[in-house]
Design a protein around this ligand. Sequence first.
Ligand SMILES: NC(=O)c1ccc[n+]([C@@H]2O[C@H](COP(=O)([O-])OP(=O)(O)OC[C@H]3O[C@@H](n4cnc5c(N)ncnc54)[C@H](OP(=O)(O)O)[C@@H]3O)[C@@H](O)[C@H]2O)c1
Length: 305
Amino acid sequence: MKKIDIGKSGLEASEIVLGCMRIDKMSVEELSSYVDVAMSEGITIFDHADIYGKGYCEEIFGKMLASRVGLRDKVQIQSKCSIRDGYYDFSKEYILNSVDKSLQRLKTDYLDLFILHRPDTLMEPKEVAEAFDILQSSGKVRNFGVSNFKSMQIELLKSCVKQPIIVNQMQFSIMHSGMVNSGIQANTLFEGSVDHDGSILEYCRLKNITLQTWSPFQYGFFEGIFIDNDKFPQLNTVLERIATEKGVSKSAIVVAWILRHPAKMQTIVGTTNKDRLKDICTASNIELSRAQWYEIYRAAGNRLP
Ligand SMILES: NC(=O)c1ccc[n+]([C@@H]2O[C@H](COP(=O)([O-])OP(=O)(O)OC[C@H]3O[C@@H](n4cnc5c(N)ncnc54)[C@H](OP(=O)(O)O)[C@@H]3O)[C@@H](O)[C@H]2O)c1
């Protein structure tokens, strides 16, 4: 598994991240053996949020960590906060409280990376800065990032926050490709030319912010999986052919398509199935050609001018 120096910060982690949003159905023993599989495939980093399973995903991960002496030093853990019941909250009090609760549930005394989950338009950047200073000086958080942020929202945050913002988590996949569409269709009146996120791809590349892309297999906003889905026959035909040429599965090609981008993104995968995870991890060993990358992009229904 290839590694990435996240945000050029010195935090080296696997390019495939294991998302822990769906682990709430596992027992501690099942999770323990799942983490073993992930680590044997080269995965080093695990993505959490305070809201996953209403805290239960962190809790079960914490129980698993506590049951295995020495494991904490071998993995990297990131978690997020801000999504509350019907609103977003970047207040200092909420951020500090939420990190404390995540640490308690995860049974660890630090997060490798703490991420603001979704932008709170009522944010006071100074308050966030105070919270980050306390989290850093107390040793509770080693690195900071954001999620679902537009470029100017990151700039606004950076006007007060002194710690580097090393990641931005964004939904991105073959079927959710807005980040590249607006650039590819620049200077046209095609639908895809509309830039929704302030040139976030180019911004993150320029500022050394690693894009952590979430939900690589979903289309829409959690509408379902596009692999082997009758709604997307052309895409599945092309994926199948390229997968056969490369000797891997369609799932691996889906992830390889993201990893091929020179922005050096990480992909957060959410499978809870060991065989599928092993299969997906083969993506790190293959490299799609430019022609293959664009063919898959077109097969997903995207126009080139
Ligand atoms: N920052 C944010 O706002 C944000 C939002 C959403 C998610 N995330 C992060 O991103 C991670 C991944 O999200 P996700 O779980 O929606 O992503 P995903 O990897 O696209 O989806 C995984 C789900 O798809 C199922 N699946 C069915 N067929 C599959 C196939 N052929 N290949 C792969 N998966 C297949 C999996 O089932 P099986 O378990 O049976 O394999 C699992 O339920 C989350 O765990 C979370 O950490 C972040």
